[in-house]
Design a protein around this ligand. Structure first.
Ligand code: HEM
Length: 205
């Protein structure tokens, strides 16, 4: 699946959600300013080692991957032998597509308003994307799980942190974020149908 479309799609969706959820954007900026407040750090790019000290940023990355998994059907798998899954027979050789998009919005698993962007649901939660929590599989699971997880999560976190720490963002022409078109373009990756257009203003601090 590889890492350009997937990473850019995740960052675009994260910024889309943050621009619509001012509270989350402000909370992230507060966390970044509090954690990275040394004068030297303030001037430099955000260091990779800082990411582990930023729980709200990590929660935002997870919540974005939950609501907008860049690989909505993972990659096709093939059953190596006939097996029974929940009273269904899956014949040997069948092509299997796992609907990660639907699983990560399933109201029987995600009870707290599953279609809303709420990074807080991951604060204090052990649910992770390492392939052990089957309700949250943005990178797949098992032997063919995405090998790019460490690179992807670092890149997405660092880019988002740099965006939010250094700039105030708004929509062009004073457009109201509530009116943003949230349509998805279904394909190999789950892109935004209308690309996100934002105007950056340099932050004063
Ligand atoms: C947000 C970013 C990314 C997401 C959501 C993502 C998601 C996925 C998913 C769902 C799969 C299929 C897993 C399965 O079928 O069990 C996959 C496979 C793969 N990904 Fe990623 N990926 C991302 C970034 C990357 C990056 C950065 C790289 C490499 C630098 C990468 C390389 C690969 C490769 C090589 C495979 C095929 C693995 C195999 O078939 O054995 N991915 N990815």
């Amino acid at each position: 699946m590889a890492g350009t479309d997937t990473n850019t799609t995740a960052i675009e969706w994260a910024m889309t959600e943050l621009i619509r959820n001012k509270g989350a954007m402000n909370k992230l900026r507060e966390e970044l300013n509090a954690e990275l407040s040394l004068p030297l750090e303030r001037k430099s790019l955000i260091d990779e080692s800082a990411v582990s000290r930023l729980p709200y940023l990590n929660a935002i990355v997870k919540e974005t991957l939950r609501l907008h998994p860049p690989g909505p059907l993972m990659l096709p798998h093939r059953a190596s032998e006939t097996c029974e899954v929940m009273n269904y027979t899956v014949p040997e050789g069948a092509k299997i597509l796992v609907n990660v998009w639907a699983i990560s919005r399933d109201p029987t698993v995600w009870e707290d308003d599953p279609t809303s962007f709420k990074p807080e649901r991951f604060i204090g939660s052990k649910v992770d994307f390492r392939g052990h929590d089957f309700e949250f599989l943005p990178f797949g699971a098992g032997r063919r799980m995405c090998p790019g997880v460490p690179l992807a999560t670092r890149q997405i976190s660092l880019i988002l942190a740099a965006f939010v720490r250094n700039f105030d963002w708004c929509l062009p022409d004073g457009k109201d974020p509530a009116e943003l078109d949230m349509s998805e373009k279904f394909g190999f990756t789950l892109q935004k149908e209308q690309p996100l257009l934002l105007v950056p203003n340099r932050c004063s601090i």
